[in-house]
Design a protein around this ligand. Structure first.
Ligand code: PEP
Ligand code: MG
Length: 585
């Protein structure tokens, strides 16, 4: 039995079979071969090329059936590479003349090929380079016998064990089959953690060595409360975890009974608690967990893992569906937040050294009005339902907001000309997730209808801590005095300018912080749906006057440790025994 410690990313306990996704490690070692080995290496090359061809034809068939012939056609280029005699002859020449192993000869030739193509200032050739790189990986995998399973191939209920999961991979996961996550890297607000929380799947990230120690198909325990993964557990450990998980499920059931009740404090303050979603599959969770509409719809997931950008019509249908499903409540549609740790497939996005500080969200959208306007038009058209609000991510100052609104206006004019209807009074919100936006909230508040504080980013940018890096996760402190001061100032600026302010960062779904935020005067909270019943229960069990008192005290404390301890003790003192037990405080 082995106990691995990581970061608790999504609460819950699960015991199940590990499904290990490979690390895509294609390090190739150069080996000198003898004259007698030459024919064997050439045979291995041919075998790998044939196997890869079979693999691609199978994928092509599958995609053709599921998405249509034109989508499957992109693999034609891959197949052509496999038959490219110039490439094959080059590899064989190296094996014969230089007497090196096939893996080395092949990877060298592929690298030479792609580098040459990348050297041209031509979009088409650059795309071909990416195709060749991809096919090169597939062939190398065959040669190195690294036939790692892929996430979308999961057939039974499993716990995903991976070095990391790209957002595109996460988007393609068969969500009904995944019962847990354990990853080597990542922090509590990296995309895998957020999605696990939304789906209510236990997850531990930042384990560092999970893929090294966990073997596929063996039983593991993921404890998303403690941030622990137990590998090859003993029978009695399994039993004790089953017991623990039953107790937790019982408490959750009790809390869930009252999930439809309004979140109103004992002294009568009613707040709005809404849901964060990423995929249409998550829509049923909104009502199920008693959310009042959607406070954050992360639309970028429609764009990820696709070979083609979604059309205006596709997007219109997706947004309309969400708007209709949550009616009479509303949905805040956030325009695409691409970049950071979520990338479009090539060629739209180049490699960057510091992507979280780079071409991300509104910066990307303003630079690519061709992509942005398609989304804005689709959102506007769906707004005929009258319950859509639009929100811009990563605004760092008023100029960006003005530019985004200008583009929105030009979409309005276009639609009017085309005779297409939309909500004339659609409300516009700004995500406050960059310190410069928080510090100029008084300026921004005059030109928008609401704020939503995105603490996942606000924390990383104000404390200079990469949110997806487990090595610095200990510095990622939501209750850092600097963060609390920024939040407080944003709330004050919003209220002075008569607009409401919510929070859609993960901090809103943590009960200690939810209590504090209430006391700081925040108007709305939005969070992963499974968190909602507990937060609503907490709100119903406290007084706003207590929350205000606690907030006015902790705002003067020096460290997050002191702040969290104070809040914990405060809640313990004011909550009755049964509520304390139920909420696990
Ligand atoms: C945030 O930054 O708090 C947020 C909600 O946006 P995302 O997590 O998608 O960056
Ligand atoms: Mg953000």
């Amino acid at each position: 039995m082995l106990k691995l410690k990581g970061i608790a990313a999504s609460s819950g306990i699960v015991i199940g079979k590990a499904y290990c996704l490979g690390k895509d490690d294609f390090s190739v070692i150069k080996r000198k071969i003898s004259y007698e080995e030459i024919s064997r290496e050439i045979y291995r090359l041919e075998e790998a090329l044939i196997d890869t061809r079979k693999e691609i034809v199978t994928i092509q068939d599958k995609i053709s059936k599921e998405l249509g012939f034109s989508e499957a056609k992109i693999f034609e280029a891959h197949l052509l590479v496999l038959e490219d005699r110039v490439l094959i002859e080059e590899v064989i020449k190296q094996i014969k003349n230089k007497k090196v192993n096939v893996e080395f000869a092949f990877s060298r030739s592929i690298n030479k090929y792609t580098e040459t193509l990348l050297g041209f200032d031509d979009k088409y050739l650059k795309e071909r380079a990416a195709d060749i790189k991809d096919i090169g990986k597939r062939v190398l995998k065959k040669l190195l016998k690294k036939d790692t399973p892929r996430a979308y191939e999961v057939k039974e209920k499993v716990i995903i064990v991976a070095h990391d999961l790209s957002p595109a991979e996460t988007a393609a996961l068969p969500k009904d089959k995944i019962i847990g996550f354990a990853t080597d890297i990542g922090g509590s607000t990296s995309h895998t953690a957020i999605i696990a929380r939304t789906l209510g799947i236990p997850a531990v990230v930042g384990l560092d060595v999970a893929t090294k120690h966990i073997v596929c198909d063996e039983t593991i325990i993921v404890d998303g409360y403690q941030g622990v993964v137990i590998v090859r557990p003993q029978e009695r450990t399994i039993k004790s975890y089953y017991k623990k998980s039953e107790q937790i499920l019982k408490a959750e059931k009790t809390i869930n009974i009252s999930r439809a009740l309004k979140p109103r404090t004992i002294d009568g303050k009613e707040t709005i608690v809404s849901a964060n979603i990423e995929f249409p599959e998550e829509l049923p969770l909104v009502k199920h967990f008693g959310a009042e509409g959607i406070g954050l719809y992360r639309t970028e997931y429609i764009f990820l893992g696709k070979n083609k950008l979604p059309s205006e019509e596709e997007q219109f249908k997706a947004y309309l569906n969400v708007a209709r499903t949550v009616k009479p409540s509303s949905v805040i549609i956030r325009t695409i937040d691409i970049g950071g740790d979520k990338f479009l497939s090539r060629p739209e996005m180049p490699h960057e050294f510091t992507p979280f500080l780079g071409w991300r969200a509104i910066r990307f959208c303003l630079a690519r009005p061709d992509i942005f306007k398609v989304q804005l038009r689709a959102i506007l058209r769906a707004s005929i339902e009258k319950n859509i609000r639009i929100m811009f991510p990563m605004i760092s100052g008023i100029s960006e907001l003005r530019e985004a609104k200008k583009l929105l206006d030009s979409c309005r004019r276009e639609l009017k000309k085309e005779g297409k209807r939309f909500d004339d009074d659609i409300k516009i919100g700004v995500m406050i997730e960059v310190p410069s936006a928080a510090l100029t909230a008084d300026i921004l508040a005059k030109e928008c209808d609401f704020f939503s504080i995105g603490t996942n980013d606000l924390i990383q940018y104000s404390l200079a801590v990469d949110r997806a890096n487990e090595k610095v996760a200990y510095l990622y402190e939501p209750a850092h005095p600097a963060v609390l001061r920024l939040i407080k100032d944003v709330i004050v600026s919003a209220h002075k300018n008569n607009i409401w302010v919510g929070m859609c960062g993960e901090m809103a779904g943590e009960f200690l912080f939810a209590f504090l935020l209430l006391g700081l005067g925040l108007d709305r909270l939005s969070m992963p749906p499974p968190r909602i019943p507990k937060i609503k229960e907490l709100i119903r069990k406290v007084k706003l006057s207590d929350a205000k008192e606690a907030a006015s005290n902790v705002i003067n404390f020096s460290t997050s440790v002191e702040i969290e301890k104070y809040l914990q003790d405060y809640l313990r003192a004011i909550l009755k025994g049964d509520s304390r037990q139920l909420l696990g405080i």
